[in-house]
Design a protein around this ligand. Sequence first.
Ligand SMILES: Cc1ncc(COP(=O)(O)O)c(C=O)c1O
Length: 464
Amino acid sequence: MAIYSKEEIFPNLGDKIFGTSFLPHSLPKYKFPKQETEPNAAYQLVHDELLLDGNSRQNLATFCQTWVEPQIQKLMEECLGKNLIDKDEYPQTAELESRCVHMLSDLWNSPDAANSRGCSTTGSSEAAMLGGLAMKNKWRKKRQEAGKPANKPNLICGLVHTCWPMFARYFDVELRQIPCEPQRLLMSPEEVIKRCDENTIGVVPTLGATYTLQYEPVHKVAVALDDLEEERGLDIPMHVDAASGGFIAPFIHPSVVWDFRIPRVKSINASGHKFGLAPLGCGWIVWRGSHDLPEELIFNVKYLGGGMRIFALNFSRPAGPIAAQYYNFVRLGREGYARITQGCADVAAWFADQLRKLEVFEIIHDGRKGIPGCTWTIKRGEHPGFTLYDLANQLRLKGWQVPAYPLPANRGDVVVQRVLMRLGVSRDLAGLLMEDLQRAIKQLQKNPPAKSLTRTIASGYNHS
Ligand SMILES: Cc1ncc(COP(=O)(O)O)c(C=O)c1O
């Protein structure tokens, strides 16, 4: 649909019929264009290309926010010219960032929230890198002080997001990843302890595993590490990857003990742009105390007439997501977040119950105890005549993005499918998806795919 009239696009060029002068031309793709293009025409062409993307509201693969209040859109626009790193020029934005850090320390039960250390990041991936670097640095210093070699650091984790293998590879750390087994998808205290040694820089449980949406047993792992310290003198810190769970558990699962209430938890990351409800480009990391973030990692930068202390992988960054995050904290408070999150969890539980009734699927996660969402697989021994990849493709015809993917080692034989119920995925929208899913199953059973899709031709999905 045209969003500009021909007069607006080509006021002086006599383009009598919409687009006649620009539609016959294709956009420059590989060579830097020689000439300029009229802005409305360029806009229309780029706008039209973007139509080919999926509809983000129907993207149930992503954890990230795809609906925001109009006030957030306004704040984002107002911050368009502000660079978060220019703390001297935009001191109030810096102040909002600092307030958010303290508020998060309070939310995550820091013993000293007013003096905590932390910062915003572009997302949980950058926060994970910073958390990993702090653990590596602290471990190295301790080893050097004890006169011991410090060249073989390792990190223990379970079903982690790709950002942790990235951290391990980029920063030369051996990743001791606990594979899942037929009866155990998450990390267990026993499996963690088996892998610990004097070179372990930390253990990273995930509060809301990317693959299954379940919480890993942070508290049980911490207790096992306490016992290990008592028995073998190894004092191993924990970092919790609470990319999604950090904005869920405090509001709707208060009895889950996973945060700074556990003394061994030294740092936590979360994605503001996931269940923190901020727009894309917002993550957080908070350290338990100032001594948990090594001073050597902080850069004192003199820039544009001011001095600032930074620990980040990026320099320039948009300020809008941070202002929007602070808006959310003020706007919603604990009660508002709890209402929204519980609403998402209720929709997820309803969806899981409907799926269960179809008697084809085994529900791995029904949204009641972890991240609001649902993960399922085809029941063992069931041969419905289609694969979950076929189902994902059939749903795609109606615009729904519901990924199917294999679990990692040692359960790569199990293919699962997953939906996330975020703010904006109403019970009504979930109901429409369920109707389409049932229709898709009927369609696939009536016209079985000539060759059911397998992972090799239907993959290409990334978790975000
Ligand atoms: C557990 C976990 N950690 C880290 C990430 C990466 O987060 P971000 O996309 O904010 O960088 C994700 C993304 O889904 C995740 O689920």
